[in-house]
Design a protein. Sequence first.
Length: 333
Amino acid sequence: MTILVAGGAGYIGSHAVRQLIDRGERVVVLDALLTGHKASIPEAAVFYEGDLRDRELVERVFTEEDIEHVMMFAAFSLVGESTEKPLAYYDNNVHGTQVLLEAMAAHGVSSIVFSSTAAVYGEPAYTPIEESADTKPESPYGETKLAMEKMMKWCEKAYGIRYVSLRYFNVGGARENGEIGEDHNPETHLIPIILQTALGQREHITIFGEDYPTPDGTCIRDYVHVEDLIEAHILALDYLKRGEKSNVFNLGSSAGFSVKQMIEAARKITGCAIPVRVGERRSGDPAQLVASSNRAKDILGWNPQRTTIDKIIADAWNWHQRSPNGYQERVER
Ligand code: UDP
């Protein structure tokens, strides 16, 4: 079975590539390396360097490789950046998905597991958020992911392409052996910033606001371990292979942790002081985002085993210690 992993050199996609290979699947990675890392791609995967928006290249991949299923991770994913560059987000995310779906329709590939986001909900009316909640994105990023979901819905009706859209909450951690992990430039996510501070690469971490209506005043988020998250993708692939209908699932832990709780947990695990400053709120940050993942548990049989704060931080810390400068230190393949 050959699976195309679009965006397979990124943080989350690279974990999918490894788990698929562990399962004995043949994996083809297509990645433009705009934010991904060539060094994260294992020898066992076939690699095409290039962009989903490149129709000729995408056509070539589908012609040369016997693609049967697709996992789609190739997208820009920063809320703040998306408000400054909305058109770049529409171009890369929406147009890229369009070209991918065109190739799938042309080559009779009829199932896709899709990386979506909690950002499609915007500021939630209630928590934990269920899949039936209103979708009111508050950023171009969330808006483009919702547009991509809708595009797939119409492609199902027209071309019979079934999809599972997985709406991630906050993803953290790394593969347990530390060979791959999170490496963004610039880094904006909480866990790597905390750990870079622990390593002394930053003087302090700035807490973005402590006047939110939460018990300690800092934002609450729902953190899921990247390896558990990818297990849900594999279950979603099996679900589609069984011929089940398209569906949407939240992926989170159903538990919320504040920014201060995350820093405290990291202090215990790393044994480092992790100096903190309190700054202004970051625009667009909801006070609390917590998922109900019951649907994924009930229908996909998802059973996350590593999704505790301690395990997420410990595995991320292992990666950061092994690769303090991310993939820069790694030998190019
Ligand atoms: N955060 C913070 N300082 C940082 C980075 C993040 O206080 O340097 C907060 C951020 O405001 C949010 C939480 O940590 O409440 C998680 O942010 P992240 O960017 O990791 O994920 P998001 O929730 O935006 O997807």
